[in-house]
Ligand binder design. Structure first.
Ligand SMILES: [Zn+2]
Length: 306
């Protein structure tokens, strides 16, 4: 037996494992089903080269993509009460939290970072969908408040990037209270006259879409992102009607005036630089030249130059 278990089995396992490796080098597009070489997919920022489908992007990678030279500093977030309701379903909420923390090496579903984007100081709060579906509990609310206050202190624009299924049900009413809390937080940024930009990624749903996520001065969305409050199937069952094609997708929301622009991932950074620059430097870079007072017999008002 020992020869079999100590020698033959490891050899067999090694053979099987070797066969598995090439499979792991390929990813399958969930939209078109095409196989994509893993490295190629990463180089394309996890956008399918065949159909343009935008797959979910890890929080750290997203921050790297936006900040100048991929460099940013994270701030430590306040510690929230971990399980205010002592909630338990099939598992204890504290256990679920611990599992999510072990899986993501993060305290909760939000990361707050600051650095420069296009040379201008900017604060970014990004959701981590891998942490309990990016759900919003008190810790996420605290994170957004910290981000808003940091933006005010630094006189910097605030960019929030939701990727969330909505409220965190394990925190009941406390998670719902994060909706008004986060609205007040982004209002502080607006009152300070600073730009508040939202970058809606897949998915932005539930209580998140019903609060701060829809209040951006400029609302940008990634192509194909699901953005809405209740799920499409729930709505269909409630109203007993077939929903239109592309319902709750970024492009549909843009066409119906809920989103300002749909921007492919590769163009996000340049777009944000342009918007921030425009909002922070509203004066034209060129000198204003006086028009001739009369032209073609018509008299024009002389523009005043200071
Ligand atoms: Zn595809």
């Amino acid at each position: 037996m020992s020869w079999l278990t100590n020698f033959v089995r490891p050899k067999l396992q090694a053979l099987v494992r070797r066969a598995e490796v090439p499979e792991n080098l390929w990813d399958k597009c969930t939209q078109c089903g095409q196989m994509i070489f893993h490295r190629e997919l990463e180089a394309a920022l996890r956008v399918c080269p065949h159909c343009g489908y935008h797959m979910r992007l890890a929080t750290a990678r997203r921050l790297e993509l936006l900040f100048d030279e991929g460099k940013y500093n994270r701030i430590e977030l306040p510690k929230s009460e971990p399980d205010p309701l002592k909630f338990r379903d099939t598992k204890r909420y504290t256990d679920r939290l611990r599992e999510a923390q072990a899986k993501t090496s993060e305290q909760d579903a939000i990361v707050v970072a600051h650095g420069t984007i296009g040379g201008l100081a900017t604060v970014v709060a990004a959701f981590n969908f891998d942490f309990m579906g990016g759900s919003m509990g008190a810790a996420v609310g605290d994170g957004l408040i910290a981000a808003a206050r940091l933006a005010v202190i630094q006189e910097a624009p605030l960019i929030v990037i939701p990727a969330s299924g909505g409220a965190r049900m394990q925190e009941g009413i406390i998670s719902l209270m994060q909706m008004p809390r986060t609205i007040i937080a982004v209002d502080e940024v607006k009152e300070a006259g600073l730009p508040y930009i939202v970058l809606l990624t897949d998915p932005t749903t539930g209580g998140v879409s019903a609060s701060f996520a829809m209040l951006g001065d400029i609302a940008i969305a990634e192509p194909g992102a699901v953005i809405g409050f209740a799920g499409a199937r729930v709505i269909e069952e409630t109203i007993r009607e077939k929903l239109p094609e592309g319902f709750q997708r970024a492009e549909y929301l843009r066409d119906h005036g809920m989103v300002d622009m749909v921007v492919p991932r590769a163009e996000l950074r340049e777009t944000l630089i342009r918007i921030i620059d425009l909002l922070r430097h509203p004066t034209p870079p060129a000198e204003v030249i006086a028009l001739p007072v009369t032209a073609g017999g018509n008299t024009y008002a002389q523009p005043r130059i200071e």
